[in-house]
Design a protein around this ligand. Sequence first.
Ligand code: AMP
Ligand code: MG
Length: 339
Amino acid sequence: MQTKTLKADDEGFACAAKILRGGGLVGIPTETVYGLAANALDGKAVSKIFAAKGRPGDNPLIVHICEFDQIYKLVAEVPESAKKLAKAFWPGPMTIILPKAACIPDEVSAGLPTVAIRFPSHPAAQRIIRESGLPLAAPSANTSGRPSPTTAQHVLHDLSGKIDAVLDGGPCGVGVESTVITLASNPPRLLRPGGITLEQLRSVLGTVEMDDAVLHPLKAGVRAQSPGMKYKHYSPKANVIILDGTDAQYKDYVNAHAAPHVMALCYDGDDKELSVPAICYGGSQDDSAMAHELFDALREFDERGADTVYARCPAPQGVGLAVCNRLMRAAGFEVLHLG
Ligand code: AMP
Ligand code: MG
């Protein structure tokens, strides 16, 4: 199959909508990362997403809508808490999980009794949903296990020849996937941190628990609340190791371990004092910049042939919690405590 690259113009949107109505797959820009979209109400179309990505069949997808009222058809019941969250953070990078309606195919929910719903803020994503006239199931548009795509080029790198088209809407703003919160448990629980922070969720709902899997590997025998969290995820080919210590300890350790194909993922400015090739991904206090740059940096290490990457990780607060969560998975939870 030849994958078309569509422009974000009238013709491109019309073509994307037509492919989706015909049961095909289109890579679409959103404010988080690029999504791989299919008609969420068509199990056969949705199963093509799993095949193209090589995604495990037990990892459910997020259904994207372009106005709040679409949610009523997709879930069994809309609680007050969902209305409050939507009022505060939709459209935007937050996904809500609720018991599903009967129209949701098993392929979307991966057999779970619940469904994940998001109303994205990206104008191109909204227009594709509106013109197709469909709720769209869309996970990240990468090969399963690879860093999520934040440009149309990343999508083509992973999926060219396996999907019908990608609509190029430029680079994504947030850079990490949406915050996932389940309202199907009491109290509500954060399953995946993202651009909407735990602090923001708590300011609207009061108590919100953080799932253990956000910052820790799942213990043997424990069932993942969010199946996506159980996989080693977001990984470049290189072995990523998070170094936990002061600025000076980090630099000393990296410089003492300099060798061919050893590289560093560091804060802005640190590269000047490192003797290995480095990618700076934001100022030490600038979590949003790190979220924006992280996946692109992880892909670049592959291109540069890194086999070991020593990474700096921000404190697990605000958007830093999302950066930490993705980086911990990229590192397979390997953290070296210095000093
Ligand atoms: P992706 O769109 O690739 O970022 O993946 C969607 C994320 O949402 C994965 O981590 C899924 O496991 C999670 N997810 C989707 N639907 C559900 C659900 N019904 N219950 C729990 N987690 C879900
Ligand atoms: Mg993904």
